[in-house]
Design a binder for this molecule. Sequence first.
Ligand SMILES: Cc1cc2nc3c(=O)[nH]c(=O)nc-3n(C[C@H](O)[C@H](O)[C@H](O)COP(=O)(O)OP(=O)(O)OC[C@H]3O[C@@H](n4cnc5c(N)ncnc54)[C@H](O)[C@@H]3O)c2cc1C
Length: 350
Amino acid sequence: MSRGLKGLEEKVFQKDLCIACGACLSLCPYLRTWRGRVVKLHDCGLEEGRCFAYCPRTEVDQGALQRKAHGKGYNDVGIGPVRKILMARARDPIWRKKAQSGGVVSALIDYALKKKAIDAAILTLRDTDLLPKGRMVRNREDIFNCAGSNYISGPTLEALHKGPWQGEERIGAVGLPCQALALAKMRTAPVEKKGSIDKVNLVIGLFCTWSLEYEKLMVFLKKRLGEGCIEKMDITPPPERLFKIKMADGLHSLPVDEIRPFIRNGCRACFDMTAEFSDISVGTVEGIEGWSTVILRSDTGENLFIKAEGEGMIESQPLPEDHLNHLKEASLLKKGRGLDFLREKGLMDS
Ligand SMILES: Cc1cc2nc3c(=O)[nH]c(=O)nc-3n(C[C@H](O)[C@H](O)[C@H](O)COP(=O)(O)OP(=O)(O)OC[C@H]3O[C@@H](n4cnc5c(N)ncnc54)[C@H](O)[C@@H]3O)c2cc1C
């Protein structure tokens, strides 16, 4: 079986499992992104390639990857390796105003840049028409522009391969669980010419139940809400479960069931809700407005968070036990759904 572009095409593209994370882009001339999708321009004769090795939807022993990163005795309670779980928010209101939940992600990237723990970071910028793109940021203003969630997935990781880097040696990355997994695969892949992955020294992962596909969603939204520019979007927790969209003419709310048909098929094959391959994972705290759930997973993540809190950038509180139990349950449910999907589609070996 090919472990190059041919294999990627058979195992991922033809089975509609690609989530357009960007891990395979800007590595060769044959793959490009177009309107939120990855498209193949030409065949490639290589039997092995980075595109296949880095893809989060090609086979991988996730347990072995975690053991490599954290050593044998890591503590996995159904949500990946955990040092500490808490809820937190940025102290500076500038982050909380634009951010999705507590502004923790933006505040931590800002702090890491200021303290030179990283020299640049890869975030996701929403284009004017909602198409997400990887963006290399080096200052507060750029972090601010990227704050907030775009529930459409896009090729954020392409920015890592594309550069151009300006001599940066330490790079932070913020991404979805699939993107954090792709970064872990890049780090351990037995391929030559690894690119900039050795410079990535901080990964902040976002919780994710699923993401949406750009083209189909845009057609639907334009029909439903008109052509106006979308300023912010949010998905509220059950029992409300609404897709809320802020536009110039006001706030629109749609039942989440109306957008379910636009969930990326590749998200159905995902086992990871809490971005288990990150140094720090961040999600919303359901029912407690303006706070983020934070999982500290590694030395790097824990040290950065403790320092940022010590210097007043962030404040934290214990996460209430019922929230923690709910998080574990939601994470296990996603794993179960992923397995069911792979079994149903006869994809258990891919
Ligand atoms: C597709 C998607 C699904 C999500 N699903 C859940 C969920 O089920 N449960 C839950 O608790 N939380 C979910 N989140 C995470 C949540 O929306 C917040 O991102 C998280 O709580 C961090 O909030 P914050 O205020 O600290 O982040 P902010 O300070 O607002 O920073 C958010 C960062 O997210 C990055 N980002 C935005 N959109 C994308 C994207 N499409 N791809 C990659 N990076 C992006 C930006 O670079 C930005 O730096 C999801 C996020 C996304 C993008």
